[in-house]
Design a protein around this ligand. Sequence first.
Ligand SMILES: Cc1cc2nc3c(=O)[nH]c(=O)nc-3n(C[C@H](O)[C@H](O)[C@H](O)COP(=O)(O)OP(=O)(O)OC[C@H]3O[C@@H](n4cnc5c(N)ncnc54)[C@H](O)[C@@H]3O)c2cc1C
Length: 436
Amino acid sequence: MTSTQPSPKRPQLPPAFPIYWRDNIAYERARVGRVFNYRRPDRYPVAVVEPINDDHVVQAVKLAKDLNCRVSIRSGGHSWASWSVRDDAVLIDFGRFHFLSLNKKNNVLTVSPNMTGRLISQLLQPHGRWFPGGHCPDVAVGGFLLQGGMGWNCFPAIVTRFHLQTLPAPGFVGDSMYLYPTEHTRAALDWIIKLSPGYDADTEIVAIGNYIPGLEGPHTAVRLVTFKNTEAEARAALKLADETAPPGAVMRWCCETSSILHQYDIQHAANPEGHRYHVDNCYIDNDADVVSLIEKSFTEIPTAKSFSLWYSMAPGSRRNQKAGEMKEMALSMQTDHYYALYAVCETPAQDKECIKWLNDNMNIVKYHSPGAYLGDSDFQRRQTKYWTDENAAKLMYLRQKFDPAGRIAGYLNAGDTSGADGLANQHDWVSTMNLP
Ligand SMILES: Cc1cc2nc3c(=O)[nH]c(=O)nc-3n(C[C@H](O)[C@H](O)[C@H](O)COP(=O)(O)OP(=O)(O)OC[C@H]3O[C@@H](n4cnc5c(N)ncnc54)[C@H](O)[C@@H]3O)c2cc1C
């Protein structure tokens, strides 16, 4: 299907209904203008609706029914695989649908789906509250929350309002960093992966393999960000890492003063706009030799802006599981180790090298993984489990019960074939493994 195909017969719509049919001059802007990934998809919705109120949303769904096509949804446009852009669909883009209200009695914040983590943090700051949204400042709560959402410290429907329980803002955010060249990568990963499971619960721990401007070759940055009430508490939390960090760091600091908004700025710089992104991820089994599985992707990185990431889900992963708190969560599948690869390039000519890097490294890890996190997945490239079996079965049951026609476009797989049945919750390698 291409953009030059004629628009279908158009039903009667209310005057000034905010719709862009394919022959509208602004259609291309409406189709992909708010998509973060510059790898623009070759998929063309029947029309794009940009609602400013609930009636517009209802009308857009009725329109899709009349046209016998699907509905796809965009809140912040940060799906790496551009899930909002689908053939045979009316795309509802929440970019102009604004709502925000803080209930001072219970500190519940009601927001529209297009509100971003940074905007929410800025607006909550004067009230001494915060909400741990995605690390990237411009990810919207719409996709972030529905996919599980790995925030700071961490169906078949269209959601027009989210009610978020805000938290008291931390009084002090402390930031530590240890930067190692390639020859010390193994020691650095081994240290931080062993240290993490029992570490302070208010501290987020991450290792990033990337290029640092002005330094030769890839480097591994181990970063700890702690969210405390006072500087003394933050220093106490970061002390153990500082005392045990292996030698060989070319740069290091301990407990520098930071803030949530400062951390958003760092993430913004790490995920530059206007680039082509190829992304993959998985959770790694707790008993796997994690360092050996991921080391290569930290020392061989395809382009200057690409990066590999290991993120400690512990101690939360074990605490939540033990308390049975994860059963109802979209983020129901977790291990202690989250691993993701972000290949970033500027031209289509670099895509091949980026995809090879993802495939080569994921082929090393995937047999030691129960599945992946939805928000960083692209099922067009690699099929994997994404929820626990129990939760996936429940989702499919609900999907078929409330949307038997498959009106709402589900997760996007190769060829967009999952339809009303929903995307299979299985690894691509299981059938290969079962061959006689
Ligand atoms: C630069 C960058 C950094 C990121 N960092 C993080 C991170 O730190 N932590 C993390 O967890 N994830 C992160 N992600 C992944 C991100 O959270 C997911 O891709 C998320 O889905 C994006 O939400 P969105 O609303 O901006 O995207 P969109 O592309 O607008 O939405 C993605 C999909 O979610 C569904 N959806 C969105 N809104 C609605 C709605 N109102 N009703 C029903 N369905 C809806 C639709 O299927 C839609 O196609 C990052 C992504 C990028 C590009």
